[in-house]
Design a protein. Sequence first.
Length: 368
Amino acid sequence: MKIKTILISICLLTSILSKAQIRFVDSLSQLPVPALNIYHETGALIGFTDKNGNLQFLEGVDKNSISFVKITAQHISYRTRDITLSTLDKQQVYKMTPRTNLIEDVVVSVKSKEVIVLKGYYRSLETFNLQHKYFSDGIVEFYIPLIKSKPKYDLIDYRIFIDSAVAADYHTKMGPFFQIARVTKINKEKLANRLAELEQKKVDTNRTHLIKKGEDVGYLTISADGDNLQFYIDKVLPDSVVKEKFFRIEARIRQGVHIENYASTALDHITPFDLTSLYQNVVGSIKRKSEYGHIPYEGLNEFYVLERRYISSKEYKSIEKKLTKSIYETPDKSNYSTRFWEELDVHKIPPIPSGLKIRLGSSLRLVE
């Protein structure tokens, strides 16, 4: 299928969906599921759910019509679900089934708890003008000193895929200066400290609203079994757009969502050691030259913890020089010795969306 045909299909799809009232909720708690990614069957990310679980769409699509649509709904904390939308004339509610915890056992074998080490699977997706530009996934280790130094990381095994046509179009219109994060940003502070500037309002047995400047900006949600806690926040206030400028590029950020899942509900004691998964998504548009206008742009990063441990400061210093500090650094080529992508289901990690997966090795070529 040609790119033009795909784009027309996506535009038709998003138009139909915009006329429907489509909502996603947790199958156990019936609470809204925010930051759910919605993919077209071609693999293109076309929308996401807001804090109320209602489907919203990426900027820059036409409004047309189509007889039926097929979508894939995916979330860091829920099982992936494929849905065929056959009727769009009435409100629709879809239930998402929670995933189980990713880490079965935690063994702390050192006396000194000075540096946290989180080893896990990451993936990074960048889209430009509703097309996949860059995709990477692999195994990474994050090193998080509990005092002074900022977190650093080491990419162990990883793949990099690039669509050269989309990348060329991007460089023509945007130049080489703008870069998004290639791995998730890890915050070393205790969760309770980070929530100090937000008002908390408990509205449900399992959910507490986070409020900033009188507006709901996120949630704290305890899982139905009472074992896990999820921190969700959108750094863009409701019904607003954050405007930023990088060199000559103007960015309008519509959504800046962070989701952190923890294997603990003791809020005052939660640290990065308790982290099980992390999701960061920025949705908006960027402009460099007036003749091109603002073009839809998105960056998505996920991280799933497979192992965690502590090491001493002495051990950390012995390896620190080989670690990477900048989350914006892009490796030149892939480097892997294991087929880690075949083990996702074993670790209960959401699969790569099927539409995106079929593009790996075709329009998205492996950089070797």
